[in-house]
Design a protein around this ligand. Sequence first.
Ligand SMILES: Cc1cc2nc3c(=O)[nH]c(=O)nc-3n(C[C@H](O)[C@H](O)[C@H](O)COP(=O)(O)OP(=O)(O)OC[C@H]3O[C@@H](n4cnc5c(N)ncnc54)[C@H](O)[C@@H]3O)c2cc1C
Length: 396
Amino acid sequence: MRVSTDRATQSDGRMFTVVVESLGVGRQRQAERRITVPFSQLQGLMGTIARQGGRITAVLSSDGQGGTAEAKPETEPTATEASAPAPAAAPAPTPAHHVSHADVPVNTYKPKDPFIGTVVENYSLVGEGAIGRVNHITFDLSGGDPQLQYVEGQSIGIIPDGTDAKGKPHKLRLYSIASTRHGDNMAGNTVSLCVRQLQYEKDGETINGVCSTFLCDIEPGAQVKITGPVGKEMLLPADEDANIIMLATGTGIAPMRTYLRRMFEPAERETNGWHFRGKAWLFMGAPLTPNLLYDADFEHYQREFPDNFRYTKAISREQQNAKGGRMYIQDRVLECADEIFAMIENPKTHVYMCGLKGMEPGIDEAMAAAAAAKGLDWSELRPQLKKAERWHVETY
Ligand SMILES: Cc1cc2nc3c(=O)[nH]c(=O)nc-3n(C[C@H](O)[C@H](O)[C@H](O)COP(=O)(O)OP(=O)(O)OC[C@H]3O[C@@H](n4cnc5c(N)ncnc54)[C@H](O)[C@@H]3O)c2cc1C
């Protein structure tokens, strides 16, 4: 939903009336409300409405023009050109792709009253000979009131069916969202996850993780309790010229997939209005080639956008590092240290890390060594990057 901003500026003196349906916390519908604000407050108001689960049905300008908004992701809170007789009437206060930090939806659904989503599909992401199971699972979110909406880089909670050893309902587990806000089908009503089944040996017995097994085994049509969305650590910058370095191992690829789809998937680019022009560089760590997740998509993006996307793999059990040992992601970081640091010197560069907690010390060590080679002190630089919101870590 995009509208020309030609006529709207921050000094625009016109008033706007936002017509809202079902404003209120929880799922209780309330009568239609009309809220009139000056242009300077329009963006903030739309963000507040989005956070509170309201549905904007129209935005009317003081000069009498306006339009009817469809139920669109509130994370793109712009006025509409959809069915309006006067399409340019309601201004988009920000570019259509931009969601300010404060406006990112959080906790629309809480554990006490979760959204019940329906499984649309569940398929394996790993090839033959891979270690373990990793599945891509998609849930239908339609019918929610308010609809569960999210942006790239957030997570949702899943409450598995059944009870724990004490007979109490299971607690939720968090999973990074692997689809963009438009969903894999671009209809804006699904969410996808990338889930590895946790398995370990204890006293000679194989133990299966409760929720990850529940999800990997689940069949299309099944209903699942979903909470969230949560998380603001892994949000993408709005800047179309930003550079994005991504360090992922295993299912840590989930947020990176959302970024890369947003940047390079043709249907996404058409819809989201975000014309990424920076450099994206994905470092992906996996034990074996069949464990590389979404590999064909990323190879494709690299072929189609060679100036904007670079894809570097560390396949530990197949490749060797410079010392003849297994090739881990931190070895690739060290190999590319000069280029990585040249990028980091640019204030438009952001680094994202996601995967198992165990990856952090290795990356830190590699970054420290790479920084030292450039005469920099990583222990000083990292907090600076973090403070500047350019160093984003989500490990579990
Ligand atoms: C922000 C965030 C995002 C996440 N994103 C993802 C994601 O995208 N994909 C994904 O697959 N997971 C993700 N996770 C992990 C996920 O939340 C679950 O922790 C994971 O699926 C395991 O849950 P489970 O119910 O299967 O395991 P549980 O049944 O809860 O078992 C886990 C417990 O088993 C024990 N355990 C685990 N390993 C061993 C071992 N080797 N030896 C002995 N005991 C052990 C530990 O006590 C551990 O707490 C994320 C976690 C967080 C916090």
